[in-house]
Design a protein around this ligand. Structure first.
Ligand SMILES: Nc1ncnc2c1ncn2[C@@H]1O[C@H](COP(=O)(O)OP(=O)(O)OP(=O)(O)O)[C@@H](O)[C@H]1O
Ligand SMILES: [Mg+2]
Length: 414
């Protein structure tokens, strides 16, 4: 049989990363579904083979199959398709929901089922659900090597301080969210293995953690690693939370942590790592390995003193050198401390300043980073400047403007 390939609407397909097809032998069914799903730019075919002839190996497609495919022969075809075209996700339309048919459908790789009497809204929701999955599969299975250019090697940024409670996690979660909001493929890793709260700050229930990721590195399996990451729904930021059990942290050696980050940077423009407030071998290894060390200090004498002693102990200037960037958090605190005194004490200039802002704890309590929750607040804007700066340093991103403006001049002091 030949392909009909009737395109009912192409207007919206260009913006989408996936396409939608319907496959049915009967003309009436093809027409009905094509009209109901027309806004997806749906194309109709009379056989599955006719559709697959037009699909590239890694192309994400959602295909709605008629009840004709709920047979032994149909299931075999779907199974073959799942292997040859893993990014094609099938929705099988059934005359009625029968347990045995459902089980067979799931076993052969069908992503979702619906019934012939499903209304347009239900059908569209079903397509969108499966589209999310196929887009993800396509992204995970598309080789990153193209046109002779070597694979992606994202930038690794760690947020660090020698003192607790100064705003490391606030900076790490907002920076990573800000990068994702700017269209950069970003993952945030919670390296505070005992008391990490990145998942809480992002309002994400942790499913898999660094402990599971440690299992994936054994096989250097990028797809497996990708599947372990949680997704921040509003921004598409990927998240690798800390272990739920603090005692599990011992399983993460410096070598394991570096391998996790090494694997993640192959699929992301940025790997942002939130660090614990103490030194250990994992922290030292990451400070050495990172491209950028964002040093967070808050505007109070104990914090500055602690940071200074910590920097000297670590010989941080020698360890991290040029890659050090100083973020002064709560920089507007009225504590009779001059910026110049702080910079002199630390022996380095401030790169960014973030004001103390009530919107920060408010956003924390909502589980939404302030850069997303209140981008126009003082803290939201200051954090936006940091995200702009790093977004301009994405690997291979010549189009992005280099940020040369001194960020501190762009933020008004209270
Ligand atoms: N600029 C700010 N304005 C107001 N509140 C802030 C600001 N920065 C951080 N905070 C508040 O300070 C608290 C500590 O911040 P955060 O958890 O980021 O610190 P941390 O350095 O990661 O701490 P720990 O060392 O315990 O991991 C948070 O509750 C946050 O709401
Ligand atoms: Mg923290």
């Amino acid at each position: 049989m030949s392909s009909e390939g009737t395109s009912y609407s192409l207007t919206q397909t260009a913006a989408r990363k996936w396409r939608v097809a319907v496959v049915a032998a009967e003309h009436r069914e093809r027409t009905k579904w094509s009209i109901e799903l027309a806004s997806f730019g749906t194309t109709a075919y009379d056989t599955l083979d006719a559709l697959l002839d037009t699909v590239d190996e890694h192309e994400p497609v959602v295909v709605l199959l008629s009840p004709d495919y709920a047979t032994e022969g149909g299931f075999r075809q779907i199974q073959r398709m799942s292997r040859s075209h893993p990014a094609v996700g099938a929705i099988l339309c059934l005359d009625a929901l029968v347990i045995e048919t459902l089980q067979n459908a799931l076993r052969c790789g069908v992503k979702d089922v619906t019934t012939v009497d499903a209304d347009e809204a239900t059908l569209r929701q079903c397509v969108e659900r499966v589209a999310e999955t196929v887009a993800e599969v396509a992204r995970a299975s598309t080789p990153v090597v193209s046109a002779g250019i070597s694979e992606t090697r994202g930038r690794v940024i760690v947020a660090f301080s020698t003192k607790g409670g100064v705003g490391k996690s606030m900076v790490a979660t907002n920076l990573s969210t800000g990068l994702a909001m700017r269209g950069r493929k970003t993952v945030v890793v919670d390296c505070d293995l005992q008391f990490g709260d990145v998942a809480v700050l992002l309002g994400i229930p942790p499913q898999h953690t660094t402990i599971d990721a440690a299992g994936a590195i054994e096989h250097a399996d990028l797809d497996l690693m990708e599947s372990l990451l949680s997704v921040h729904p509003q921004t598409d930021l990927r998240v690798l939370p800390a272990p739920i059990e603090p005692s599990a942290a011992d399983a993460i050696t410096p070598e394991v942590m570096i391998k996790i980050v090494e694997l993640l940077r192959q699929r992301h423009d940025f790997v942002v790592v939130d660090m614990p407030p103490h030194f250990d071998d994992v922290v030292l290894a990451l400070l050495d390995y990172a491209d950028d060390v964002v040093l967070v200090a808050s505007m109070d004498i104990p914090s500055i003193k602690n940071l200074k002693v910590g920097m000297q102990t670590l010989d941080l200037l020698a360890l991290a050198g040029d890659k050090l960037k100083l973020v002064l958090n709560r920089a507007n605190a009225k504590v009779n401390l001059e910026l110049a005194d702080v910079e002199r004490a630390l022996g380095m200039a401030t790169d960014f300043r973030v004001p103390s802002d009530i919107c920060v704890p408010q956003a924390v309590n909502r589980g939404i980073p302030v850069i997303l929750d209140r981008p126009k607040s003082n803290a939201g804007m200051a954090l936006g400047i940091i995200a702009d700066y790093f977004a301009g340093t994405a690997p291979g991103d010549e189009a992005a403007p280099a940020v040369t403006a001194t960020p501190k001049r762009r933020w008004r002091r209270d």
